[in-house]
Design a protein around this ligand. Structure first.
Ligand code: NAD
Length: 507
């Protein structure tokens, strides 16, 4: 299928273990082994021992020890370290791309052109932003005092990441946290630890002090919950499913922690009848299939105004069927497998159940020639009722559902009719129509005449059941810093005016 020498040799590279604590790789101590599987072939490519709660304690202790020095570094020193970090990653870009493609099954063109350069850009953005962290300037608001606001790091951040974009999710969690002077313990998904480990190693090579970034690769139920509930962890930042996010929120709330949740999505893609149909069809296929549809912002529900509906369905189905599935390491491949055979079967289950109430226009099957891998054909489902499972639930696979609408009011109402609110797009040549959609669709991001692009300067985060708080951009510092009011007395008198409330008129 491919030359294994050109892939990523995970077993050799991480022979020392899948935990990164206080600047070095170590083995987990849970006694439970876990395998990273290449989803394109089903082969185990790396076996490691999962982190125990004792390993989590060690990582939190390392982060706690590193905190005073890192928090006390000047913004300029932290910024310099982050610029060096970006340079190390740029030097190692090909290794990162290969590791990410191996563990996720992403085509190399995606990891080379999107995951890795996006991460380098994110580091460079936070290297700059680290020098612009400010509190509000001073003022004499009471007349007798000078007040100012300090913006301070919170302490040790405990973060949990999903498997769909392991490198980018690690970067989105780690960078704003450390740029603001926090230290961090990140738990990647058990299926995909490799690029989080490479990321932490690169940080050390760039001179970021030991203990500032720690990685514990363990199971959600023990290592994950232990990290969230840990008394020395000041904040929890979680990206993953809404179901697990609720559990994480319960634990974080019961230990009174700052909480940032980036959860599931079910993005609508609303095509008004004056839209450029070519652009909408291309956008729907690329926007629903990116990363094999395992993208929290992927287009999942296309609502198409009645005059364009039938043509949209037939052209989108034809374009979807032309997308080439194959070996992620081969240059002719457009789409790789899903993350695992279990995820593929879960996706197939949604489509199979939908056959009872909707029309599978294309796809809906496991390709026979690629059946050792976790592949699933790009799938278009039409005519499903709005309240059906396939329209309402997050599938997280290469499946787009398309439904018609009549009035603009109806299109916007249907777009808002799921529990989620992460991302959406509106397609129209009429600026007033499009602008109305951007105002009325309840989502953390609304694109107009595009779907998917993200940029380091702009925030990413959900409305409704998609969570709260922002990743990327300067807005992320609102999550990773706390605000302190400092108030100086300006009168220099021992008995202040307001002491009357205690002492009355006594001198
Ligand atoms: P998941 O919720 O199953 O797992 C996410 C992480 O949580 C993993 O590291 C897992 O080990 C850990 N975990 C599991 N149970 C836990 C527990 N009880 N306590 C603590 N941690 C626990 O999600 P997934 O399947 O890895 O990823 C897919 C999901 O992530 C989708 O729902 C997708 O929409 C979401 N996602 C959201 C965003 C966003 O920015 N909103 C980005 C990427 C992915």
């Amino acid at each position: 299928m491919h030359n294994p020498g050109h892939r990523f040799q995970a077993q050799d590279r991480f022979a020392d273990g899948a935990q990164y604590i206080a600047g070095r790789l170590t083995k987990g101590t849970s006694g439970r082994m876990h395998a990273v599987v290449d989803p394109a072939t089903g082969e185990e490519v790396y076996t490691y021992e999962l982190a125990s709660t004792v390993d989590v304690d060690a990582a939190v202790a390392a982060a706690r020890e590193a905190f005073p020095g890192w928090a006390g570094a000047t913004p300029g020193e932290r910024s310099d370290a982050l610029y060096r970090f970006a340079a190390v990653l740029a030097d190692r870009a090909e290794e990162f791309a290969r590791a990410e493609s191996l563990q996720c099954g992403k085509p190399l063109k995606l990891t080379r052109e999107f995951d890795v350069p996006g991460t380098i850009d994110n580091i460079a953005f936070f290297a700059g932003a680290a020098r612009h962290l400010q509190g509000q300037s001073a003022g004499e608001y009471s007349g007798d005092h000078t007040s100012y606001v300090r913006r301070e790091p919170i302490g040790v951040v405990g973060s949990i990441a999903p498997w769909n974009y392991p490198l980018q999710m690690a970067a989105w969690k780690i960078l704003p946290a450390i740029a603001a002077g926090n230290t961090i313990v990140l738990k990647p998904a058990e299926l995909t630890p490799l690029t989080s480990l490479l990321f932490a190693e690169a940080a050390t090579a760039a001179g970021i002090p030991d203990g500032v970034i720690n990685i514990v690769t363990g199971a959600g139920r023990d290592a994950g919950e232990h990290l969230v509930g840990h008394p020395d962890v000041a904040m929890t930042s979680f990206t993953g499913s809404t179901a697990v996010g609720k559990r994480v929120a319960e634990i974080a709330t019961s230990t009174v922690k700052r909480l940032h949740l980036e959860l599931g999505g079910k993005a609508p893609f609303v095509v008004f009848d004056d839209a450029d149909l070519d652009a909408a069809v291309n956008g729907a296929v690329a926007g629903s299939l990116i990363n094999s549809g395992q993208d929290c912002t992927a287009a999942t529900r296309a609502y198409v105004q009645r005059p364009l509906y039938e043509e949209f369905v037939s052209r989108t189905a034809a374009l979807m069927a032309s997308v080439r599935l194959g070996d992620p390491f081969a240059s002719g491949t457009d789409l790789g497998p899903l993350i695992s055979h279990a995820q593929r079967d879960r996706v197939a289950g949604f489509v199979d159940r939908a056959r009872g109430y909707a029309r599978v226009v294309t796809g809906g099957e496991i390709p026979e020639e690629l059946k050792e891998g976790a592949y699933y054909r790009p799938t278009l489902v039409a005519d499903a009722p709005q309240d059906s499972e396939i329209v309402q639930s997050e599938i997280f696979g290469p499946v787009l559902v398309v439904l018609p609408f009549d009035s603009d009011d109806e299109g916007i109402r249907l777009a808002n009719d799921t529990p989620y609110g992460l991302a959406a797009s509106a397609w129209s040549r009429d600026v007033y129509r499009a602008n109305r959609a951007t105002r009325e669709i309840k989502a953390g991001c609304v694109w107009v005449n595009d779907h998917i692009p993200i940029i380091s300067e702009m925030p990413h985060g959900g409305y409704k059941a998609s969570g709260f708080g922002k990743d990327m951009s300067a807005y992320s510092f609102e999550e990773y810093t706390q605000i302190k009011h400092v108030m100086f007395d300006n009168t220099a008198v021992a008995r202040k005016d307001w002491h009357r409330t205690i002492f009355g008129d006594r001198p």
